[in-house]
Design a binder for this molecule. Structure first.
Ligand code: AMP
Length: 211
């Protein structure tokens, strides 16, 4: 099964991606996570990407496409994949369709107002990567990771001014993909404001019907 998840930053793609991959046995590939990993390791790619990411802008297509091309060669992609956060531009989508026939482009639809609340409340464990939300998914002890006891942090790109910039970028550059995939007849839309479990059940049923 070859799937791309579409939706504004903060629409819940990462959370749903983890559930889908657990159920369908395909890898979840988050280009955002790959870029952050490169930044942590201080690779050349990470250094190039950092300035774009910190400003809430997209990393240029050529950098992303090279990184994704390498990832798709890994053996775990043989039975399919789920992309979270890729493609984000029409040129990225055009490049992807040259190398893979997608089964589904799944849009998690969430209005901007909800996104702003969700993202600015998001906290992440810098050590193990687990994510929380100050009100929706709080840790047992405020500000501390349940799993490893590390102090939680806010990602630079979850700060309010950056969130608004990222939403503008989403509407300008990524939202056109909705029509792109509608035109290809593979777009499915799920209301991302629903409870996580409800949205996950809807997505699961929808994907099982495609198999
Ligand atoms: P994410 O974790 O998916 O929200 O991505 C975080 C940041 O990484 C984005 O704001 C972009 O700067 C960058 N990024 C991730 N995926 C892509 C992509 N497919 N194209 C361009 N930039 C990306």
């Amino acid at each position: 099964m070859k799937i791309v998840l579409l939706g504004a930053p903060g629409s819940g793609k990462g959370t749903q991606a983890a559930r889908i991959t657990a159920e369908f046995g395909i890898p979840a590939i988050s280009t955002g996570d790959m870029l952050r990993e490169n930044m942590r390791k201080g690779t050349e790619l990470g250094l190039k990407a950092k300035a774009f990411m910190d400003g809430g802008n997209l990393v240029p297509d050529d950098i992303i496409l090279e990184m994704v091309g390498e990832r798709l060669k890994q053996p775990d992609c043989a039975n399919g994949f789920l992309f979270d956060g890729f493609p984000r531009t029409i040129p990225q989508a055009e490049a992807l369709e040259k190398v893979a026939a997608l089964d589904c482009a799944l849009l998690l639809d969430v209005p901007d107002k909800f996104i702003e609340e969700r993202m600015t409340g998001r906290r992440v464990c810098p050590k193990c990567g687990r994510t929380y939300h100050v009100t929706n998914i709080p840790p047992k002890v405020a500000g501390i990771c349940d799993d490893c006891g590390t102090e939680l942090a806010q990602r630079d790109d979850d700060r309010p001014e950056t969130v608004r910039a990222r939403l503008r970028v989403y509407h300008d550059q990524t939202e056109p993909l909705v029509d792109f995939y509608k035109g290809r007849g593979i777009l499915k839309v799920v209301d991302g404001r629903q409870e996580l479990d409800v949205a996950a059940a809807e997505i699961s049923a929808l994907l099982r019907s495609l198999k």
